[in-house]
Design a binder for this molecule. Structure first.
Ligand code: ARG
Length: 461
């Protein structure tokens, strides 16, 4: 174990168990690029402020760049004994360039350093997640546009309710993912502030230029309060929440995919490349991608809960508890980045069984509301019309047939004012087409909605 950079005040080495316990390099090593980016900005600022000389900063810059290259190519490995990524890179720098390396940490603490690194890292990751979410939303839009006339049952209480189209159903998910994208954009606007220069908690006595590092690192402005800058983890929690919402939406769609691909529904068939088999039952084709997404949703919720609970009783400013933020938020990020490509591929390749969807819509009296509305047009108050239509459903059940299969005579037995136009009024196509209210399932409305969604999606690209 190399000597601690803070060993001056101590008369003993750290015990091995404490060193292992304390160390975060096993998981924070993934922020090395951001750590170096932050250090390069800090060094440039020290130079401009006249705190370090041009030659010192030139050496620091070269040293950091050589470390970055060595880490990228695997020539340099992380030292598992190091306390964290910040200490590792600083120690490595001093080893490579000597004295100037030991000056890099002037006017900086690991508290503002780690806060900067984490913001930069999560900002980068969120950008990738945004792209993946845009891809999924665009696949759902493509599918919706192909199915503006594909009739299926809409459900409430998991009971067949009214006929809709697959486009209408999928566009509901498009709305959810557009909101998720909006949430990520809001998050970025709120989190993009620079903690660097806050020092351990109270800035420093050097004339550091926090506005300059802000500019170099692409932040909007420096964090206004140095205590808040080093003790805030709202951005990790908010990202945990934003990703939990995405997962919750994916999980609901997963549930539908699982149901729809069952033999009971057979509304869709998953592509062989996106389904899995059983080691024992030769006939099985399992929707593992959807099931795993549903399962992994709980992991992401768990990360959010970890982050919230970790922060709830921390006094200002930095506390070591906060090192626990990383594994939680990293796991949420990793999980969603694993889910989205597989899920998008599954949606892109599935086959829609239009005939099965239509048959299900035809089989469940989903046009009963339209029947009641027909009686209303023929003069009955809605409540009475609802009652008559209910009697007719009951009668059709006893006859084991659909509403369309009842004769005009039979209809007249329940409501004498029934005419031959009843059959058109309760045809599934008519039921869908007649719902041409804004937001409804009629093909014109869903085509317009899909176009509007595409415009909104383009804003995130
Ligand atoms: N590894 C630490 C973390 O992730 C870095 C900050 C440590 N600061 C300190 N004063 N011990 O939170």
């Amino acid at each position: 174990m190399s000597a601690k950079l803070w060993a001056g005040r101590f008369s003993k080495d750290t015990s091995k168990s404490v060193n292992d316990y304390n160390s975060s390099i096993a998981f924070d090593c993934r922020m090395y690029e951001q750590d170096i980016r932050g250090s390069l900005a800090h060094a440039a600022m020290l130079q401009r402020a006249g705190i370090l000389s041009d030659t010192e900063v030139a050496a620091i810059r070269e040293g950091l760049q050589s470390i970055l290259a060595a880490l990228n190519t695997g020539q340099l490995e992380f030292d598992p004994e190091a306390e964290d990524i910040h200490m590792f890179i600083e120690a490595e720098l001093s080893e490579r360039i000597g004295t100037p390396g030991k000056k890099l940490h002037t006017a900086r603490s690991r508290n503002d350093q780690v806060a900067t690194d984490l913001r930069l890292y999560l900002r980068d990751e969120a950008e990738e997640i945004k792209q993946l979410l845009v891809n999924l939303t665009s696949v759902l839009l493509d599918l919706a546009e192909l199915h503006t006339e594909t009739i299926m049952p809409g459900y409430t209480h998991m009971q067949r309710a009214q006929p809709i189209t697959l486009a209408h159903h999928l566009l509901a998910y498009v709305e959810m993912f557009l909101r998720d994208l909006g949430r990520l954009a809001d998050w970025r606007a709120r989190m993009n502030y620079n903690p660097l220069g806050a020092g351990a908690l109270a800035t420093s006595t050097y004339a550091v230029d926090r506005f300059y590092t802000t500019e170099l690192l692409g932040f909007t402005a420096p964090c206004r309060n140095s205590l808040d800058a080093v003790s805030d983890r709202d951005y990790a929690i908010e990202l945990g929440f934003g990703l939990s919402m995405v997962m919750m939406h994916l999980s609901r769609l997963s549930e539908e995919i699982i149901l729809w691909s069952s033999q009971e529904f057979r509304f869709i068939e998953l592509d062989d490349a996106y389904a899995t088999g059983s080691s024992m039952m030769p006939q099985k084709k399992n929707p593992d991608v959807a099931e795993l997404t549903r399962g992994k949703t709980s992991r992401v919720f768990g990360s959010l809960m970890t982050l919230l609970t970790m922060m709830k009783n921390l006094p200002l400013a930095y506390n070591k508890d906060m090192q626990e933020d990383k594994e939680a938020v990293f796991d949420a990020v990793d999980t969603i980045k694993l889910c989205l490509p597989a899920f998008t591929g599954m949606m892109e390749t599935l086959t829609v069984k239009k005939d099965r969807m239509r048959a299900a819509a035809a089989g469940g009296f989903t046009n009963a509301t339209d029947l009641a509305d027909y009686f209303v047009r023929k003069g009955l108050p809605f409540r009475d019309a609802h009652h008559v239509a209910g009697e007719l459903v009951h009668f059709a059940i006893t006859q084991n047939c659909s509403l369309e299969a009842l004769s005009l005579e039979q209809y007249r037995g329940f409501f004498p004012g029934t005419e031959a136009d009843i059959y058109e009024a309760i045809s599934l196509e008519k039921c869908v087409a007649a719902r041409e209210v804004f937001g409804g399932p009629a093909a014109d409305r869903t085509s317009e909605a899909a176009t509007a969604c595409r415009h909104e999606l383009a804003k995130f690209m």
